[in-house]
Design a protein around this ligand. Sequence first.
Ligand code: DX5
Ligand code: ZN
Length: 222
Amino acid sequence: MKNWHHTDRILAPSLLAADWGRVSEEVSRAVESGADWLHLDVMDGHFVDNVSFGPQMIQSINENNDVFLDVHLMISRPDHYLPRFIAAGSDMITVHVEAEHDVTNTLAEIRKAGVLAGLALNPATPFEKVVPYLDQIDLLLPMTVVPGFGGQSFMEDMMTKVEAAVAYREQHGLNFHIEVDGGITPLTAKIAAKAGANVLVAGSSAFGASDMKAAIAAMREA
Ligand code: DX5
Ligand code: ZN
């Protein structure tokens, strides 16, 4: 598998916006349209007000595809479920700083399994909350919508966190990716990339497009 660097522009369509009655065709459509990663939103109905899918879905996608699996855990106890998401074949596991767990320990457990470790923060959470962990992660995800649902509008205010993360990364010689998730379109992709985000998650604007290849290309070039 390719070794991704934070200077690479990475397009990660979110399966949440796919047609779930045809998951395998939808995954193939994303890969054939130029997706670099597949973003998988796991929701427990507790950390966020929605329920999606779990490790069994991820395992079955992993068994049938080589695409990089970017797993976003919007669940209250990521530490408890972690072994199952690791066993399912996740390539990146992102946990929330607001969840009920020992963040340092969870990140270490992810890396110990040879999986990349991501840390997400909600729009209401200040950048300062993730600072203690920035030397322990492979990816930072400042959410650009309140997590739970696709199809919401991009919160441009969150770009101050992206800029703060870029500055911190530079000052401390770190290498983590910066991902944005929520409301990404060719227009907002440009704003996010300009602020310094390199991983662009797109649900509705990717799977919702009749020409997904053109949609991904537009966000890659934005
Ligand atoms: C939101 C999820 C997102 C979602 C994005 O809770 O974390 O990954 O799929 O969807 P769009 O791109 O439609 O805003
Ligand atoms: Zn997500």
